[in-house]
Write a protein that binds this ligand. Structure first.
Ligand code: GA4
Length: 336
């Protein structure tokens, strides 16, 4: 059987959105920054998770060399001939993807590599099922994800400590479990020439608005702006200034369900940049398929009812792959 490749999407199929203007009050939002090595880190993490579902981590202990090595490998991969990149795709769901996101018609101004990870002992590594273009990229990813998993587990231990969840590794252990479902994504958002020709145009969707499904995601980008988050209070979109030396932690739907909504996932998106390419790397810390996502009993106050019916990460994931990027994926599991 001959399968005809679909033609690449035209730019006008990638939606235009209005990005915040300098005059918007929300532009003055300061991203909360947590010094992970400070004694007050645990309280600061939970405060930021409750208020914004989002924060920046400094003094994270991940060596610069590990980050720079992966960025260099990623840049080399995205600069390689299209045929070599296509040989690692299409992303269904893993592998190289170009403009198409997921299976249900979402599009963005980016190309990417989506990889599944195996967890074992103290390390995470690219799973055999994921197509990787070179052994040098594979080695760089393995070193990076092992280091960044440490940031995710440290954040989750702090959440457990402050919320009074015992044992201390009740949440972080979901990520280090050998059966955990960890995913890693490297995105390349090329500079967008349309914006150069029409400087007053509203933003072009790099990656459409969504919440992340997992417990937490740990994002790092080069120095190019584009990430925006929606404030919990009023849904206003605010730009997140890039910081190549920091990581950004994003609360996902799983942590929202497990904490019965006390910590809330954050909607975020990426707007294309007119002049500079953006490269980001995101580690998604998901639990094992059989993990129950109902609120942890220790987090339900006396007489407090669960907001969610009993469901597993596997149930959520199955539904997620049928959803559009911008859908609210927790709603179907909510008790009315
Ligand atoms: C959003 C967060 C991660 O990038 C991701 C995405 C996944 C994909 O690209 O395959 C999904 C999206 C994400 C949620 C809904 C489904 C699945 C695209 C999509 C439309 C890797 C993930 O885990 O969920």
């Amino acid at each position: 059987m001959v399968v005809l490749a679909k033609p690449p999407p035209a730019l006008d199929q990638i939606s235009l959105l209005r990005s915040p203007q300098p005059g918007d009050a929300a532009s003055f939002f300061g991203v909360p920054a947590v010094d992970l090595s400070s004694p007050g880190a645990a309280l600061a993490v939970v405060d930021a998770c409750e208020r914004f579902g989002f924060f920046k981590v400094v003094n994270h202990g991940v060596p610069t060399g590990v980050v720079d090595r992966l960025e260099a490998e990623a840049v080399r991969f995205f600069a390689s001939p299209q045929a070599e990149k296509d040989a690692c795709g299409p992303a269904n769901p893993l592998g190289y993807g170009n403009k198409r996101i997921g299976r249900n018609g979402d599009m963005g101004w980016l190309e990417y590599l989506l990889l599944a990870l195996d967890a074992g002992g103290h390390a995470s590594s690219v799973s055999k099922a994921s197509p990787v273009p070179s052994s040098s990229l594979r080695d760089a990813v393995n070193q990076y994800v092992t280091a960044v998993r440490g940031v995710a587990t440290s954040v989750l231990e702090k959440v457990a400590e402050v919320l009074g969840v015992a044992p201390r590794d009740a949440l972080s252990g979901m990520v280090t479990d050998a059966a955990s479902d960890q995913v890693f994504r490297i995105n390349h958002y090329p500079a967008c020439p349309l914006l150069q020709r029409l400087p007053d145009a509203c933003g072009v969707t790099g990656f459409g608005e969504h919440t992340d499904p997992q417990l937490v995601s740990v994002l790092r980008s080069n120095g190019t702006a584009g990430l925006q988050v929606a404030l919990h209070d009023d849904g206003r979109w605010v730009p997140v200034p890039p910081d190549r030396d920091a990581f950004f932690v994003i609360v996902g739907d799983s942590l929202q369900a497990l904490t019965n909504g006390r910590l809330k996932s954050v909607r975020h998106r990426v707007v294309a940049n007119s002049l500079k390419p953006r490269v980001s790397m995101i580690y998604f810390a998901g639990p094992a398929p059989g993990q129950r996502m109902a609120p942890l009993p220790q987090l339900l106050g006396h007489g407090e009812q669960s907001l969610y019916r009993d469901f597993t990460w596997g149930d959520y994931k199955k539904a997620a792959y049928r959803s559009r990027l911008g859908d609210n994926r927790l709603d179907p599991f909510r008790i009315q």
